[in-house]
Ligand binder design. Structure first.
Ligand code: SAH
Ligand code: SF4
Ligand code: F3S
Length: 483
């Protein structure tokens, strides 16, 4: 638990809940806790919860906040969907993310028949779509609570409402100006944490649904961000990942504007934080100031995720990415000149409407020139409501498949070569977990994000070790600690 200023015990439930946040939610947490106490008296155990995250790091961060609220209320975390409270935090960036949720929801129906007290909650990006809501209202009546991306902080209030009234509770906001600070949060890892620096996105890339479901860009106050980082450091966190859809435009709309590079300088000063990462960088907004700050920093990791999406300037224009192939390659040159050892990763979309063989070749060419350390390749997925979805020149599936396979093969070949250049070196590893397949090994990450497995045990988690990288296994290493 990270927010020490939440004090449920001092809440007076005889008074009406306040209008201001987070006080209002504290009141509802106290209210819900009466329910979990009743539950415990009746059943001789506390109610359990299970949260499944379907989306990106920001989605995962929201899940940690939701878990924090449930734990305050008195719930205990369970391993799977046999829990009393099941929550799906959904993603809608590509069609298959949606399909997975519907599949799992169908299975939950049977579970709920056996355990009628079970509560099912849906939230996240999918819920911001009207068509999805209609489907849930008509075909998924067994869902109890539905909320969206703008009111995650309201879970306790919605749960209290559900417990008192029964029926399906739906609360979706179109958008929000509000950023509610100081709610509880339950971190997944003891030693590393994500920190939101901004919400939403203003870029409207033509294929992307995120701006529609996450709303307009809002930056958090740098003071709140630094306070959170300091608090995390005091709790033993050594690695921080700053999160936003487009971190390079952080701070532009604040009352006292500040650049992302300056924010990084401030985070760097937080004692105890040893590694800083951030996601995601949009190439169009990556400043020289940021490159300088990264170059001079001892803490910012030598890794940059720089989604290119396509190598064709013609498609990039159509995608509304606002850079050309040449500009992107020039930016990569600048980064490599400043930091020769930087690891670069990317996202690429295959089969965007109107993509020709030549466009595809341009993408292959960028991959050959940049030589990414790794890349996420996605087949274009039509998202209703986005400009690209209405196009009549969608690329036939068989053609997309062929291009996708060719791209993936190239990306993997280069990634293996890039990974292997470190063989024999000794580098610093932050240990993340005991290896799931072989418990005589631990698994950790290099600054450049490559995974390393080496002999060790659970007590090493969250600590740094100098590790000799003995054997490259494609995308990861086997090593041995040297001290
Ligand atoms: N804000 C980040 C990306 C967030 S979405 C950025 O601008 O880089 C993560 C990735 O999903 C994107 O980089 C893109 O490659 C992919 N993506 C988004 N919409 C998609 C769609 N409709 N079809 C296929 N991939 C998509
Ligand atoms: Fe989507 Fe583009 Fe915003 Fe990234 S920058 S979230 S791809 S609209
Ligand atoms: Fe998915 Fe929403 Fe993230 S659509 S990728 S969970 S912002």
């Amino acid at each position: 638990m990270s927010m020490k200023d939440i004090d449920i015990d001092s809440v007076n439930l005889k008074m009406e809940p306040l209008k201001s946040e987070p006080e209002r939610q504290t009141w509802f947490m106290a209210k819900c806790r009466q329910y979990t106490e009743d539950f415990e008296r009746k059943k001789g155990r506390r109610p359990t919860f299970f949260i499944q995250t379907f989306g990106c790091q920001m989605n995962a961060k929201d899940s940690e906040k939701l878990a924090g609220i449930l734990i305050q209320i008195g719930y205990v975390e369970a391993e799977d969907e046999s829990a009393d409270f099941v929550l799906y935090n959904t993603c809608t960036v590509r069609e298959n993310a949606n399909l997975r949720v519907y599949g799992r929801l169908g299975q939950l129906k049977h579970k709920k028949k056996k355990n009628p007290d079970m509560l099912i909650t849906l939230c996240g990006c999918m819920m911001q779509e009207q068509a999805v809501l209609e489907k849930i209202k008509t075909s998924y009546r067994h869902v109890d609570i539905v909320f969206g991306t703008h009111n995650v902080f309201k879970l306790a209030e919605l749960l209290a409402t559900r417990l008192e009234s029964g029926g399906q509770i739906i609360d979706i906001w179109e958008g929000t100006e509000k950023i509610v600070e100081n709610l509880p949060s339950q971190r997944k890892h003891s030693f590393k944490a994500g920190v939101n620096i901004m919400y939403g996105c203003n870029n409207f890339c033509s294929y992307c649904i995120v701006p529609y479901v996450r709303g307009r860009e809002r930056s958090r106050d740098p003071k709140d961000i630094l306070m959170e980082c300091e608090r995390l450091a005091s709790e033993g966190v050594v690695e921080i990942m700053l999160l936003g859809q487009n971190v390079n435009s952080y701070g532009k709309n604040l009352e006292n504007p500040i650049t992302f590079a300056r924010l990084l300088r401030e985070v760097e000063k937080v004692e105890g934080i040893k590694r800083i990462r951030f996601m995601t960088s949009h190439p169009k907004d990556l400043s020289d100031e940021l490159i300088e700050v990264m170059r001079d920093s001892k803490k910012i990791c030598r890794h940059l995720h720089l989604p290119v999406q396509s190598g064709s300037s013609r498609l990039l224009k159509d995608m509304n990415r606002r850079y050309t192939k040449e500009q992107y390659l020039a930016l990569v040159d600048k980064l490599r000149q400043a930091m020769p050892d930087i690891s670069l990763t990317t996202d690429i979309i295959v089969g965007y409407p109107g993509e020709t063989r030549e466009d595809h070749e341009e993408t292959m060419d960028v991959v050959r020139q940049v030589r990414y350390d790794s890349a996420f390749t996605f087949i274009y997925s039509k998202r209703s409501g986005t400009p690209a979805a209405g196009r009549s020149d969608q690329v036939p599936e068989a053609v997309v498949k062929e291009r996708f396979d060719a791209l993936l093969a190239l990306v993997q070949e280069i990634a293996m070569e890039r990974t292997s250049i470190h063989e024999g070196k000794t580098m610093e590893v932050l240990v993340e977990e005991v290896n799931a397949q072989d418990n005589t090994l631990v698994t950790g990450r290099l600054s450049n994000n490559i995974l390393v497995h080496f002999p060790g045990e659970a007590s090493m988690i969250g600590k740094f070790y100098d590790v000799k990288l003995k054997e490259c296994k494609g995308f990861y290493y086997y090593g041995e600690a040297v001290k």
